[in-house]
Design a binder for this molecule. Structure first.
Ligand code: ADP
Ligand code: MG
Length: 240
């Protein structure tokens, strides 16, 4: 579902992604771990072309994303992304936030967009807040809306970049629960997170990045019980 081959990314002289090869089959849940600055966010952003790459190939469902234009909008819609900051439209209601993109990009009519949005708000446990504005919701609720909004486009892949890092501790689990359900329902997911409980329980695969490289690629059990590299051992020593 995702294929990266020989991907390089530079910010000026800084080599941020170094010859990345990564294939994620349909339905797989990949957790990306690594120290700050190792290139995790850039990897996510490269996959849906929020960040141009300098060389290599990135395909989603067998299609390479064009660099720009109308086609990009359509293909990018196949890749849902959820950020640390929820980025909801503050002046729109929760329902409108979820309805908007499918109407604009997928050309859904209003009735269908509303029906789909309500189903998704139901699924993330927030249907009863549909007419409120983002500021009236807790951080955990807002992040669940952000997930519903991404799902409204019926993406083939969901990317999560530290989705719980900006949340108060008591709200982390409600967001992880939604993500776990999504994973169980068969969504292809790439999740950057520091939530090791989620990595252990929900991931099929753990990728550990350091200095722009994929240093380890293993099962959660392998990674947490017997990391091979010194850098992974050092990382685990600091967080566990
Ligand atoms: P992570 O998400 O693992 O913390 P990032 O992908 O955000 O890492 O960053 C990788 C490296 O690229 C870091 O050294 C960071 O400072 C640098 N970087 C990220 N975004 C930019 C940018 N827009 N301009 C210049 N350097 C950047
Ligand atoms: Mg990051």
């Amino acid at each position: 579902m995702i294929r990266m081959a020989g991907v390089d990314k530079f910010f000026g002289p800084l080599h941020v992604l170094k010859n990345i090869d990564l294939e994620v089959p349909k339905g797989q849940v990949v957790v990306v771990l690594g120290p700050s600055g190792s290139g995790k966010s850039t990897l996510c952003r490269a996959i849906n072309r929020l960040e141009p790459i300098n060389s290599g190939i990135i395909e989603v469902d067998g299609k390479q994303l064009p660099a720009e234009g109308k086609q990009l909008a359509a293909l990018r819609a196949d890749v849902g992304m959820v950020f640390q900051q929820f980025n909801l439209f503050a002046h729109k209601t929760i329902l409108e936030n979820v309805m908007l993109a499918p109407m604009k990009v997928r050309k859904l009519n209003k009735t269908d967009a509303r029906t789909r949005a309500m189903e998704l708000l139901e699924r993330v446990g927030i249907a009863n807040q549909a007419d409120k504005h983002p500021a009236q919701l807790s951080g955990g609720q807002q992040q669940r809306v952000a997930i519903a909004r991404a799902l409204a486009m019926r993406p083939k892949v969901m990317l999560f970049d530290e989705p719980t890092s900006a949340l108060d501790p008591e709200m982390v689990q409600e967001v992880l629960d939604v993500m776990t359900t999504l994973a169980k329902d068969g969504m292809t997911m790439l999740v950057v997170t520091h939530e090791m409980g989620f990595a252990r329980k929900a991931a099929d695969r753990v990728i550990f990045m350091a200095d722009g490289e994929i240093v380890e690629d293993s099962t959660p059990t392998e990674f947490f019980t017997s990391p091979r590299s010194a850098r992974a051992k050092d990382f685990l020593g600091k967080i566990l």
